[in-house]
Design a protein around this ligand. Structure first.
Ligand code: 5MM
Length: 344
């Protein structure tokens, strides 16, 4: 492992004003997204959609440091035969790859899951590296259902263990691991419950990363923010989310970690941007704090594109606008008034 090179990539992933595009929807997830816009989820449509984003020159060269790809995408060529990985590289962005293989039921823990994909991961990482991937992602999913004793320590501990195993294998393959322990915002819990569960998850994750000898300088953390559940009667405002999330991360994430890139988790586009901006306005943070959004970057371009060739320019404008708003938020320079000034 060359830690200096891993650290260089990790820092580039959270370079000032830049963040990550999570375009690693598995086949099932992208089908759900395409269903919303009435587009059939064929291999060519998935390629055309992603090619549209990767050819958004302003967004990819100025605001998007890296793209998380799904296995199908990393091997695909654009319509003109150029490998999609090359399009990303030509724009000055870094290709990455989702390497987890989804979740399975966790035995003995009703309603909870364990993320799988460690078997043969070392071999897969070597192939992805040769194909151009310089970072990877693994997502653990932790639900909150306090009435039913969820999450359990079993789910948190086994998922943290798997995250650390994955991260160690990535570093051995000279690939920067994005460590993503996602505490879902699906429940009716309040922000303080989310805070406590996320704190538990992060403490356990960093303990496992230490036990498994992962070099913190060569990784990126992709956490959820501290937010109230979607069904909570008690919403938290932007400032409360920002202050509690910053406090939470400062107490759990060592300063050796180069950067933290949030998932959006079902927040609206503008909420995800406003929260990131408010945190960066607080300032004085020991790590880069940016975005690694899936839905909050792609909902608008998906709608604008809607599977039509004639809409490619509109889709790219919508993608560029969201990428720019989040770029500004990653520097604490966003304001709601900028939302109306759409990219040309
Ligand atoms: C883009 O979606 C990613 C893949 O999800 P599936 O494996 O379920 O298809 C997902 O891991 C994503 O990278 C993160 O959840 C962040 O995306 P959001 O939409 O939460 O910002």
């Amino acid at each position: 492992m060359n830690l200096a090179d891993l650290n260089k990539i990790a820092r580039a992933m959270v370079a000032p004003g830049k963040g990550i595009l999570a375009a690693d929807e598995s086949s099932g997830t992208i089908k759900k997204r395409f269903d919303v816009i009435g587009v059939e989820s064929t291999e060519n449509n998935r390629r055309d959609y992603r090619e549209m984003m990767f050819r958004s020159q302003e967004a990819m060269s100025q605001y998007i440091s890296g793209v998380i790809l799904y296995d199908e995408t990393i091997w695909q060529n654009a319509a003109d035969g150029t490998p999609l990985v090359k399009l990303i590289e030509q724009a000055g962005s870094i290709p990455g790859i989702k390497v987890d293989e989804g979740t399975q039921k966790l035995p003995g823990c009703p309603g909870e899951t364990i993320t799988v994909g460690l078997d043969k991961l070392a071999e897969r990482l070597d192939k992805y590296y040769k194909q151009g991937a310089r970072f990877a992602k693994w997502r653990a999913v932790i639900d909150i259902d306090s009435a039913n004793g969820v999450p359990t320590h079993t789910a948190i501990m086994t998922n943290a263990h798997a995250l650390a195993r994955y991260a160690a294998l990535c570093q051995q393959a000279q690939i920067v691991p994005i460590v993503e322990p996602e505490v879902l915002m699906d429940g009716s819990h309040d922000i303080d419950t989310c805070y406590q569960v996320t704190e538990w998850v992060l403490k356990e994750t960093f303990q496992q990363l230490y036990f498994q000898r992962v070099a913190l300088e060569g990784m990126i953390l992709k956490p959820n923010m501290a937010v109230a559940g979607k069904k909570s009667a008690k919403k938290a405002d932007v400032q409360e989310v920002a202050e509690k999330t910053v406090k939470l991360l400062k107490s759990c994430v060592p300063s050796a970690v180069p950067g933290i890139a949030f998932l959006s988790g079902g927040q609206s586009d503008e909420e995800a941007t406003a929260h990131l901006d408010a945190m960066n306005k607080i300032g004085g943070l020991p790590w880069g704090l940016t975005f690694s959004y899936g839905r909050a970057l792609q909902a608008a371009p998906q709608k604008a594109w809607s599977g039509k060739v004639d809409n490619v320019a509109a889709g790219q404008a919508a993608f560029t606008h969201r990428a720019k708003m989040n770029s500004l938020a990653s520097k604490g320079e966003w304001s709601a008034s900028l939302e109306s000034k759409k990219a040309a």
